[in-house]
Ligand binder design. Structure first.
Ligand code: BV8
Ligand code: ZN
Length: 276
């Protein structure tokens, strides 16, 4: 594993930094990751619920999944990793850009300046109308009476029936799910699902930032780097003389390539030390 002093030397002589963040950054705040231990919800792979098809087939189940994630996120706090990135953003201004795959709002709640943060996969607290596409931000919890089961807390040790595959999913008529106040269409979480395009304008802005001046360091934080196009940024950086620095709990993470600086550990602990 690379030593922290080496990184500090590199950081001092590296004016421009791009960060790519994944679910591992929020893991220490208590938010489940997508793959590995955190990747199951009831007995569903989280990724199997993050698709338009899943929502079309069973909007109530998908809404309960996202309403539960909203609730868990609102109970969580940003960690040292979010705060260290926010501090770097404030120090470096437009020479820093943070691309997060995370849909939680922990970056913002850590004080990350919005102009240096891009949510590649959308935001958990955006509601998007499936019909007119109108999008509204709300942290209401529960979102609506029918989704109240997702906002219940249980004493430590008690099993939340919503998370227990042996307990039936509470049936929710579609009419009782969130609907658009303008056109009456059913609303969905304002996130990018698998098979959906990311925001084209945002991607063009990111490319323009990357191409404007050389990027000195790409930080790859808490991500398995299996999802594209997010995983492509570090790959592209390696073809230029940009240093890729991987921060991951897994010593064998596939996110790192030979030549990267690799820091193994909890991003919540490592980032404050690295970015100090
Ligand atoms: C697209 C939002 C063009 C929702 C997410 C077939 C059909 C269609 C598309 C594809 C296809 N085959 C491939 C694709 C492309 C697809 C893709 O990449 N698939 C992968 C799985 C192969 N991509 C897309 O579909 C994208 N759109 O390409 O559009 C297109 C259109 C149509 C057809 C073709 C192409 C859209 C991708 C966005 C999907 N939405 N999230 C939601 O959140 O519910 S992705 C989801 O995965 C999350 O955003 C998550 O962030 C992301 C990546 O996962 P990670 O963040 O890396 O999390 P993971 O759990 O995997 O890993 C955690 C890591 O942290 C681990 O390495 C672990 O070791 C580490 N860790 C754990 N704890 C800590 C830690 N590290 C540090 N500290 C700790 N404490
Ligand atoms: Zn609408």
């Amino acid at each position: 594993m690379s030593d922290i002093a080496a990184f500090h030397t590199l950081l001092q002589r590296s004016p421009r930094i791009l960060a790519i963040c994944g679910a591992g950054l929020s893991a220490s705040s208590g938010l489940p990751t997508f793959r590995g231990a955190g990747g199951l919800w009831r007995n569903y792979e989280s990724t199997s619920l993050a698709t338009p098809g899943a929502f079309g087939r069973d909007p109530a189940l998908v809404w309960l999944f996202y309403a539960w994630r909203r609730h868990v996120c609102l109970q969580a706090d940003p960690n040292g990793g979010h705060r260290a990135l926010a501090a770097l953003a404030k120090a470096r201004g437009s020479d820093f850009l943070c691309l997060t795959q995370n849909v939680d709002n922990l970056h913002e709640r850590a004080g990350h300046p919005p102009d240096t943060l891009r949510h590649l996969h959308g935001r958990l607290f955006d509601l998007k109308c499936s019909k007119c596409k109108k999008t509204a931000y709300t942290t209401d919890d529960p979102l609506c009476p029918a989704l109240a089961p997702a906002s219940k807390d249980f004493p430590a040790g008690d099993i939340n029936p919503l998370l227990d595959p042996r307990s039936p999913v509470p049936p929710i008529p579609t009419a009782e799910l969130p609907h658009c106040p303008s056109c009456g269409g059913i609303q969905r979480p304002g996130v990018v699902w698998f098979g959906e395009n990311l925001d084209g304008r945002m991607l063009r802005e990111v490319d323009a930032w990357i191409d404007a001046k050389p990027v000195d360091i790409v930080l790859v934080i808490g991500t398995s780097s299996v999802v594209y196009p997010a995983a492509g940024y570090a790959e592209r950086a390696r073809t230029r003389n940009t240093k890729v620095v991987t921060v991951n709990l897994d010593p064998d993470t596939e996110a790192a390539e030979p030549g990267d600086l690799v820091y193994v550990g909890d991003a919540a602990e490592l980032l404050p030390a690295l970015l100090a």
